[in-house]
Design a protein around this ligand. Structure first.
Ligand code: ADP
Ligand code: UDP
Length: 237
């Protein structure tokens, strides 16, 4: 598939058109940002890891009946995906308290929930991705009620599949963010990426953080953590 003009450059990926109007190429960068772009840096080798990890996990989800945008890995950093119109919602599932949940509700990190939680943020950098509920999303016409139902249902199924997979790798899936999109016929599919940039992943034994929190919180060992989590995935997939 021929790579054509660049359509978009985001914080972590570049997106290119192709000769097929229904396909895009995403190109994963090593750039890392946090706190809505306030903190900027580079995580050497991250793009290669995130590309590969996201593709492996999406292929696994497809096998479990969850439709995704993934088509074909083209190179270390490039993947062919189905073009979607992104539903401007960040869908966040949590199994354990951490990050903004802990901050917002004044609780420590590490509380294991009896049932996973779901929340939505309006994907809008200018507004700082404000939290909203499904009624707000429908009122703002970000998604139709049936689409929200589909998205919720897929998001919990993704959680079940990922939690079980990471557990076999000795990794606890704490929380993660998903994005969904519409194909040209309106079908909802999982899009964007699933990677240590978008998930919190803790070593099941030691609790060591193996994700982007090491960058956000200046903990050091960022590259090593990305390499370690990728190694675990490769060993267990
Ligand atoms: P951001 O826009 O948050 O800086 P990225 O750097 O990851 O994020 O840029 C990738 C962009 O491509 C995001 O806006 C994401 O919503 C969008 N995207 C991801 N998958 C698809 C897809 N299959 N079709 C169209 N857009 C997509
Ligand atoms: N997340 C993400 N992109 C965002 C916000 C959150 O990928 O713009 C992921 C984040 O990596 C974590 C989960 O979603 O795995 C929950 O993040 P949280 O709401 O706790 O926000 P943060 O602490 O990252 O600000």
């Amino acid at each position: 598939m021929e790579k054509k003009e660049q359509l978009y450059e985001g914080k972590a990926k570049k997106v290119y058109a192709t000769s097929d109007p229904e396909r895009l190429i995403v190109d994963y960068k090593d750039d890392a940002t946090a706190f809505n772009g306030l903190k900027k840096g580079t995580i050497s080798g991250k793009g290669v890891i995130n590309n590969r990890m996201s593709n492996r996990l999406m292929a696994m989800l497809e096998k479990r009946g969850i439709p995704t945008h993934y088509v074909q890995e083209l190179s270390e950093r490039e993947t062919l995906v189905k073009k979607v119109s992104i539903v401007p919602l960040e869908v966040i599932i949590r199994n354990i308290s951490a990050g903004s949940f802990s901050k917002r509700y004044g609780v420590e990190e590490g509380i294991v929930f009896e049932t996973p939680t779901i929340e939505f943020s309006y994907k809008n950098d200018d507004l700082g991705d404000p939290l909203l509920n499904s009624y707000h999303a429908i009122a703002l016409k970000l998604a139709a009620p049936e689409e929200i139902e589909t998205i919720k249902n897929y998001a919990f199924r993704v959680n079940d599949a990922l939690k079980a997979f990471w557990s076999t790798c000795g990794v606890t899936l704490v929380d993660f963010k998903l994005e969904f999109g519409r194909l040209s016929d309106g079908t909802i599919v999982l899009a964007d990426e699933i990677s240590p940039d978008t998930c919190r992943l803790w070593d099941a034994k030691t609790g060591e953080k193996l994700d982007k929190d090491r960058f956000r919180r200046d903990m050091g060992g960022v590259e090593e953590a990305y390499a370690e989590i990728m190694k675990r995935l490769e060993e267990h997939l």
